[in-house]
Design a protein around this ligand. Structure first.
Ligand SMILES: Nc1ncnc2c1ncn2[C@@H]1O[C@H](COP(=O)(O)OP(=O)(O)O)[C@@H](O)[C@H]1O
Ligand SMILES: [Mg+2]
Length: 364
């Protein structure tokens, strides 16, 4: 896929923006707080309906305005698409593809595939399990509609079950009908939970050979890296464990067992990188993980994703910068940075350079 044009209206600090994007490498440079990340965010929102910063729609709409628009013109396998997103302050966003309104976000998935890379991604190994689950979920949801629907259902069941646990504790009612309802939620939770666990297992298995290859050439050594899925509970034990934790769950009004507590470990030879990795090792593994994502999307959708690099180069040392820039040839890339020094030093080929100043963008 290739993004040809972006149009924004009342999107964060852009009152109006129209940008023609090159099909190769685009650089957006400028001082801090000028609106570089906002451009990449708008693409992320148009392709996934959500902000990578987890901002709400009303935070994205320009201060003082009631609505915002994002329009993305893409080409995929020779076909042109226009994604039209209309963000409204107190209503759900409206999305249309080629002028036809869509009802489900998943309809975007077959069209728009992006890989977003921000400095926070380099902390994925150091951070808590929720960040690692989020990575897996974001990836799987982009690639697999069935997973998206199973995960959404699982989360809904979890929310309802937790709500019911609270109701029971408030009413102190152990009456049978309410406990029957809890049984029903348990069955649903187990059924969707097992699907989530199975899909995550498969995903990690598919990721392993890819990340190991990239990590090997990135670190220049023969250490073996392995992602290890650590499910909170195995499918076969889910029912029994949920049953035996029911009293605890009733006491704490929350569900203590299930894939919402999963983790993924990174093992280098035999070292647990989460706990014992040096910062350098953790960063190399995180970078390898992000680059694996490109490969994974490429094979899953049989097309090149668009790569969005938000200020990551300045976070990497020069050998990792080299590796990253060398490995992105042939795929459309949008890079934000404060200075252009790194590219000049590396004689990196840039196709379009934009200067971003206070919500306006000038091509250089
Ligand atoms: N809803 C909004 N309305 C108007 N301006 C906003 C909104 N949200 C953020 N901004 C402005 O956007 C700017 C930050 O943009 P950002 O893209 O993060 O900058 P950077 O160039 O550092 O990546 C700040 O000046 C901030 O005030
Ligand atoms: Mg930024």
């Amino acid at each position: 896929m290739v993004i040809q044009k972006i149009e924004l209206e009342n999107y964060r600090n852009y009152e109006k923006l129209e940008l023609d994007i090159d099909s190769d490498t685009n650089i957006f440079h400028g001082e801090n707080a000028q609106g570089k990340t906002n451009i990449l965010e708008s693409i992320y929102v148009a392709c996934t309906t959500k902000s990578h910063k987890r901002s709400k729609d009303k935070e994205i709409i320009q201060f003082g305005k009631d609505e915002a628009h994002i329009r993305l013109y893409l080409q995929k396998k020779g076909i042109n698409y226009k994604i039209d997103m209309h963000l409204r302050k107190n209503k759900r966003k409206a999305v249309a593809i080629n002028g036809i309104p869509i009802k489900k976000a998943s309809e975007l998935l077959g069209i728009a595939n992006i890989v977003f890379f921000s400095p926070e991604d380099l902390n994925i190994i150091k951070n808590g399990p929720s960040e690692r689950r989020r990575f897996v979920d974001m990836e799987l949801c982009q690639l697999d509609r069935v997973y998206l629907s199973d995960l959404t259902s699982y989360n809904k069941c979890l929310e309802e079950r937790n709500k019911l646990l609270k109701d029971i504790s408030i009413n102190r009612s152990g009456d049978n009908s309410i406990l029957d309802t809890l049984d029903i939620w348990d069955i649903q939770l187990i059924s969707f939970g097992k699907k989530v666990i199975e899909a995550r297992k498969k995903f990690i298995n598919a990721l392993n050979p890819i990340i190991d290859g990239i990590h090997g050439s990135l670190s220049g050594n023969k250490e073996k890296i392995e992602l290890r899925y650590e499910p909170d509970v195995e499918c076969d034990d889910f029912e029994a464990k949920l049953k035996s934790s029911r009293n605890t769950d009733l006491r704490y009004c929350t569900t203590s067992v299930g894939p919402h507590r999963d983790d993924i470990n990174f093992i280098l030879n035999t070292t647990d990188l989460r706990k014992f990795g040096s910062q350098g090792q953790q960063r190399t593994a995180s970078l390898a993980l992000k680059l694996s994502e490109i490969e994974l999307v490429r094979t899953a959708v049989n097309d090149e994703p668009v790569l969005l690099l938000d200020d990551v180069l300045s976070e990497l040392d020069s050998s990792r910068q080299h590796y990253l820039l060398n490995s992105i040839g042939g795929i459309q890339t949008l890079i934000t940075c404060t200075g252009l020094d790194e590219f000049v030093k590396m004689r990196f080929k840039i196709d379009k350079v934009f200067n971003v100043v206070n919500g306006s963008v000038m091509e250089e």
